[in-house]
Design a protein around this ligand. Structure first.
Ligand code: NOJ
Length: 676
């Protein structure tokens, strides 16, 4: 077959040569250990066997969103996706995707099970760390950048978990009961962008149900929206064990059962024989998979060396640099009273490093969330290692304490010139957090240390928002997320000011467990013991709810401090080819070089029935002290549209739209108007 043929034509030609059993074999995964005769050890999380007669290569699938994960070893542990989003840096996210995709390719992974774009509806979600936060626009932009990067390689990216998977409690059975408008405006946009702009090759349908229909057998999502409206040409695989049937699933548009072996094997050929699934439905599924494989060059790459490749170390200095830059750019400076940071240390200054994530006595620092995406790295750089080295350069010394006993920790802190407490939460797939407090008595640890040393800085290694009852007692707070293997290097660079913090929150930090958008049991975990989650907050997800209800967050969406300051001026709104061009000037008014993330929100006319303001554009810009630049953000017709359920289309409500430009969702610096 000629490589010059287009992927669809190659898929059609191959399909024509396939027998019913050839086709069936492509629609369900098998256990790779059995298929490859490997008793145990690192292998792929999913595997579709090859067909040597037809020269169809095996399809290997593996997690995930923070780098090639699971049992694969020798890969780079990149920062968690919530951190990737916190950079608001599309160029870097694309580089990161490219590095993850290259490592996947080198490990013989054809399908990387990333990115996860589920919207952070509730901060307690156990997989909060694994996706891009609460805003559909930010998630969509981030997803497109990451997917574009991954697919620069002969690797298929997978956007997941379609269409909704916003909690882990009862995740296999929960029905997310959400109205059509909210679905289209909040939960679907990142998927639509992944398909439309990102040209993603695969979609993974979610475990749970939406409006009582399991996602992997919902024709409304798998066919009407994905194929008919968005023109998706790739394939849909089920999440692992999320196929619930043969006939409804196949007819709804599910192509590949993973990990396989239950519903899309003999039961599917029986269904074809019985006429409950047509042979053209089977052909469609085969075509979807083959087209995506041809599209990415899976047929054209040399076959992977499998187990041998899986064991080798393929992390390069270039990949580690991307991991470091992402960790640095994602770190959010939340509080910096009296310019406590960056550290200015005199000779002989002593720093007490407190807490388990410090990495004392061989304890691994807390660099990744748990579950299928876990990537710990072979040898992550601990804060203890990196800060000891960096402090030595400044003529300072470091003492460390695990924080296991707060009284001992407080005494260590009391004898030092300053204390840095590292605190963490333990997000993991399969389990939501009980509440938003730091676990394991860490609030008490921070309070006792802060009492013993008035110069206390807190570094958070968390997958999402936590409450901070001790906020007033500490000088500075840094959110470092799950920073991946470059953990210590990134935090040292930020604390010492070698890097100016520029991360911005992709998610609101609530003031209390009660003051959150989904605060009733019916909303989360849902009634009937988590059977039905009522998305009654509707469009009021994340900052949209805080704005609508005039609740002051602990830290707002889009927020993050810098060691310098920025001024905004000269707003201009002009017609452009895209639709509208909003331009303004940003000036670095401080003494240090640094990056600002300028954010553009649109406030619709009241008649549109939308939350008070919504992110419709942003731009990250690096400026030297005293320098200014003119930024232009393009707005499209969609920026001024709402989903009209009656006509099932995007509509613009006539009226006055406010254009709000600023440094966070609660720090608007420039205001303009547009009439539609
Ligand atoms: C289940 C998870 O939900 C999904 O994200 C992951 O890709 C698969 N397991 C495979 O590990």
């Amino acid at each position: 077959m000629s490589q010059a043929m287009r992927p669809a034509a190659r898929a059609a030609a191959l399909l024509a040569a396939m027998s019913p059993s050839d086709k069936l074999a492509l629609l369900s995964g098998v256990d790779p250990h059995v298929a490859l005769g490997v008793a145990d050890g690192p292998l792929y999380v999913g595997y579709v066997p090859p067909n040597p007669t037809l020269c169809i290569p095996a399809l290997t699938l593996n997690d995930g969103p923070a780098g090639v994960a699971g049992l694969q070893v020798g890969t780079t542990a990149f920062p968690a996706p919530i951190a990737q989003a916190a950079t608001w840096d599309l160029a870097l996210q694309q580089k990161l995707g490219q590095a993850m995709g290259l490592e996947a390719w080198e490990k013989g992974v054809d399908v990387l099970l990333a990115p996860d774009v589920n919207i952070a509806r509730i901060p307690e979600n156990g997989r909060n760390f694994e996706a891009f936060g609460e805003d559909p626009f930010l998630s969509a932009e981030t997803a497109v950048a990451v997917i574009t990067g991954i697919q620069r390689n002969p690797v298929i990216a997978t956007v997941k978990h379609f269409p909704v998977n916003s909690q882990e409690t009862n995740r296999y059975y929960v029905s997310s009961n959400v109205d059509d408008r909210t679905l289209h405006e909040i939960y679907l946009p990142p998927f639509a962008a992944a398909v439309g702009q990102g040209k993603v090759g695969a979609v993974m349908c979610a475990y749970g149900a939406v409006n009582a229909i399991h996602s992997c057998q919902a024709p409304e999502f798998l066919t009407t929206i994905l194929r008919d409206e968005w023109h998706f040409h790739g394939f849909v695989m089920s999440d692992w064990g999320a196929t619930w049937s043969t006939v409804p699933a196949a007819n709804a548009g599910l192509d590949l059962e993973m990990p396989g072996g239950v519903f899309f094997t003999s039961a599917l050929s029986d269904a074809v024989a019985a006429g409950t699934v047509t042979s053209s439905t089977v052909d469609d599924a085969v075509r979807d998979i083959l087209t995506s494989m041809f599209e990415r060059g899976i047929f054209d790459r040399p076959p992977p060396a499998l187990a041998g490749v899986a064991l080798s170390d393929i992390s390069t200095p270039a990949d580690e640099h991307v991991a470091l830059q992402t960790a640095e750019e994602s770190t959010v400076l939340l509080k910096n009273a009296g310019g406590a940071l960056p550290l200015r240390l005199g000779h002989g200054t002593s720093i007490a490093l407190i807490g388990a994530p410090v990495g004392l006595d061989g304890v691994r620092p807390y660099v990744a969330g748990g579950g299928s995406s876990y990537t710990g790295g072979a040898d992550p750089v601990s804060p203890l290692q990196a800060l000891t080295a960096r402090a030595a350069k400044a003529g300072a010394t470091v003492v460390a304490d695990s924080g296991a006993d707060p009284t001992t920790a407080a005494s260590v802190a009391g004898h030092a010139n300053l204390a840095v407490v590292f605190a963490y939460d333990q997000e993991r797939e399969g389990l939501d957090r009980d509440d938003l407090s730091l676990p394991l008595g860490q609030d008490q640890l921070i309070e006792q240390v802060a009492q013993a040393n008035h110069h206390t800085i807190v570094v958070l290694d968390t997958g999402g928002p936590v409450l901070m009852p001790w906020l007033d007692q500490v000088s500075a707070v840094v959110e470092a997320w799950y920073p991946g293997e470059q953990d210590g290097n990134a935090v040292a660079a930020i604390l010492f000011g070698d890097v100016n913090p520029s991360g911005r929150l992709p998610q609101t930090f609530p003031p209390s467990t009660a003051a959150v958008p989904a605060s009733s049991g019916d909303q989360w975990p849902g009634s009937g013991g988590g059977q039905d989650a009522a998305f009654t907050e509707g469009l009021a997800v994340g900052y949209r709810w805080y704005d609508a209800h005039k609740v002051t967050p602990l830290f707002p969406f889009g927020y993050g401090l810098s060691y310098t300051s920025f001024a905004y001026s000269h707003l201009r709104i002009a017609r452009s080819s895209a639709h509208l061009a909003v331009s303004f000037t940003v000036r670095n008014t401080g003494a240090r070089a640094g990056a600002e993330v300028a954010q553009l929100y649109v406030d619709d006319p009241t008649a549109a029935g939308e939350p008070p303001k919504q992110l419709q554009g942003y731009q990250r810009v690096y400026l030297r002290p005293g320098r200014s630049t003119r930024l232009t953000i393009a707005l499209t017709r969609r920026s001024f549209s709402v989903w009209d359920t009656a006509s099932q289309s995007w509509r613009t409500t006539p009226g006055l739209y406010r254009i709000l430009v600023g440094a966070s969702s609660r720090d608007i610096r420039l205001r303009g108007f547009v009439r539609k």
